[in-house]
Design a protein around this ligand. Structure first.
Ligand code: B12
Length: 214
């Protein structure tokens, strides 16, 4: 029997190989992917996130945990798609805005969306408005997530929102913004639909915006 507490520990400690092994064992034992994601993967990311907030964990640990989680998710995702698990909640296009290379938080948010059953298109870092516009046209996402960690790149979030307006695409997509210097006030000021300060609450907020109740 797969010891799922060890899956939690493996992700928390960023042990990618262990996380993959235990996940594969759990899959072989027909444990529901949703159970693994909700009760172990996300719980471990919440724990590392809260340790980070309390300065009991640091960026390398966050990165390693994120990588371990992603490796587990890669095994679980194909199983989510076919079944009646909470797949297909919607599509999220996410990226760090132009001029900004910080992607740790953006990756965590993307992983959390994926873990919760959204399809995620990651535009990477230094993404300009053209890249977002093309992605909206191509993927018809429900949500766009913009990340910025620098006070100098935050204003570019408004540039992207304005570009969406100009392209006539603003009404078809919810825009969420985040990153350490971003606030709810700033989000409202630039006309974003939502803001969140953590990966977990980002998903909760997105579901609220989309009227998803489960
Ligand atoms: C790691 C780091 C780097 C790494 C980035 C590596 C990487 N791959 O991301 C490196 C070394 C490359 C780097 C470079 C620079 N950095 Co730096 N960096 C940081 C540091 C230490 C941590 C950021 C981080 O990853 N936090 C952890 C994640 C989990 O938190 P987060 O990003 O806030 O994300 C969470 C939430 O905000 C939210 N969220 C994030 N994105 C989104 C998106 C959406 C849609 C939603 C809903 C939510 C959401 O959810 C996330 C998960 O909980 C911060 C200091 C700090 N303590 O914040 C400085 C910091 C951000 N950097 C800073 C600076 C100045 C720079 C440089 C300009 C330094 C230089 N002189 O070269 C360059 C800029 C490069 C560039 N063009 O982007 C400053 C910014 C100051 C400011 N006011 O603008 C900071 C604050 C350090 C400081 N105190 O001075 N940096």
């Amino acid at each position: 029997m797969a010891d799922l507490k060890l899956l939690f520990e493996a992700i928390l400690k960023g042990k990618q190989k262990d996380a993959v092994e235990i996940t594969q064992q759990a899959i072989n034992e027909n444990i529901a992917p949703k159970e693994l994601i909700d009760n172990y993967l996300i719980k471990a990311m919440e724990e590392i996130g809260s340790r980070f907030e309390q300065q009991k964990a640091f960026v390398p640990e966050l990165l390693m945990a994120g990588r371990a989680m992603k490796s587990s998710l890669i095994l679980l995702q194909p199983l989510l798609k076919g079944g009646d698990e909470k797949s297909g909640l919607g599509t999220v296009v996410i990226g760090t805005v132009k001029g900004d290379l910080h992607d740790i938080g953006k990756n965590l948010v993307g992983s959390m969306f994926e873990g919760c059953g959204f399809q995620v298109i990651d535009l990477g870092v230094d993404a300009d408005s053209d890249k977002f516009i093309s992605a909206v046209k191509e993927h018809q996402p429900d949500v766009i997530g913009l990340s910025a960690l620098l006070t100098t790149t935050m204003p570019y979030m408004k540039t992207i929102i304005d570009a969406l307006e100009e392209a006539g695409l603003r009404q078809q997509v919810k825009v969420m913004v985040g990153g350490a210097p971003v606030s709810a006030g700033f989000a409202a000021e630039i006309g974003a639909d939502g803001y969140s300060d953590s990966a977990n609450s980002a998903v909760v907020r997105a579901k609220e915006l989309l009227g998803i109740t489960h």
